[in-house]
Design a protein around this ligand. Structure first.
Ligand SMILES: [Zn+2]
Length: 320
């Protein structure tokens, strides 16, 4: 029987789990709500329940390992998750020990955006390349870095904070409290904010015809208006793409990846976002050497967290 692992994607609203083979086939999957209000012990119990369900459903044999993607910084050695923003009351607590005790098999834990890079590398648009950067652009900007085939985690799991590079020293405040970070300039809320500001500055836009309170505008609204030719919305996406391109240029110079993959809800805007990203990188890199680096959409969509957790477990098993 082909090796299989159990993947768990622990999110603030759902715990998703799947049994996934080494070849990337999902043989069983389940979703249960995350009992955030009931505290950390209930969340840990939900993770164990979700993993147990897919083992019972799909496979007669035991998984080779369990891989778990979690929000917040994760120490890969101890499985400690540090103050995850959407699991209130968690503090600093290991998820590795209780899960290992429950299933008596190896357990590997990583930050969800970090492990997504491994998932795309192995099962998605990465094609197995050894040097890859994955960026997700949604309500925030995060990502992961695979360097020489390994996930770059830093000393305690805090590395690869791609969204928190300073691009504008006195720019808008980021959710982390610092000014001018990429996330504050180009994530979904920043796109909505730039559109609102453009309208407040007297710009004309079809967004005002939506009959929607401008405070409720979303990046998807702006993308839709841009697709219908709204010039203000097109300029907003150009601006967001410009900042993402600047951020990628920094990463390219530091890491020299072979491939950069960009996922997350905001990338549904397609060429509207990717064109200014590629143009900015092309204009800003220091040498032709870096102009060959491909920038492509990620492929795994909503399942990227599950495939990432699976890839983390498979890499862990392979490296013994
Ligand atoms: Zn920040």
């Amino acid at each position: 029987m082909e090796t299989f692992v159990v993947a768990v994607d622990l999110g603030g609203t759902q715990v998703r789990s799947a049994a996934i083979t080494a070849g990337g086939q999902i043989s069983a999957r389940t979703v249960i709500p995350t009992p955030v209000q009931e505290g950390p012990q209930a969340v840990i119990a939900a993770v164990i329940e979700a993993a147990g369900k897919v083992i019972d459903q799909g496979q007669a044999s035991r998984p080779a390992a369990i891989g778990l993607g979690a929000p917040g910084p994760v120490d890969p050695q101890t499985g400690t998750i540090f103050f995850p923003p959407n699991l209130p009351g968690w503090g600093e607590r290991s998820i590795m020990d209780p899960v290992r005790q429950a299933f008596q098999c190896p357990v590997f834990v990583g930050n969800d955006a970090n492990v997504a890079a491994l998932g795309e590398q192995r099962f998605g648009a990465g094609g197995g390349v050894a040097h890859l950067v994955y960026v997700t652009v949604s309500t925030g900007i995060g990502g992961g870095i695979v360097s020489d085939g390994r996930l770059l985690t830093g000393r305690r799991g805090f590395a690869a904070e791609i969204g928190h590079q300073t691009l504008v020293p006195d720019g808008p405040l980021c959710g982390c409290g610092q000014p001018g970070h990429l996330e504050a300039l180009a994530a979904g809320p920043a796109i909505a904010r730039m559109a609102r500001e453009g309208i407040a500055d007297g710009g004309s836009s079809s967004l005002t015809d939506l009959g929607k309170d401008l405070d409720q505008l979303t990046a998807a609204d702006v993308a839709q208006a841009a697709a219908s030719g709204d010039e203000l919305s097109i300029q907003v996406y150009r601006r967001a793409g410009f900042y993402i391109g600047l951020g990628l240029t920094n990463l390219i110079h530091i890491l020299e990846p072979e491939l950069i993959l960009i996922g997350g809800g905001v990338t549904r805007a397609g060429a509207l976002l990717f064109d200014p990203i590629r143009q900015t990188v092309d204009e800003r890199v220091m040498s032709d050497i870096f102009r060959v680096i491909k920038i492509l959409p990620a492929a795994l969509g909503e399942d990227v967290g599950l495939f990432g957790a699976a890839a983390l477990a498979l890499v862990g098993v392979e490296q013994g």
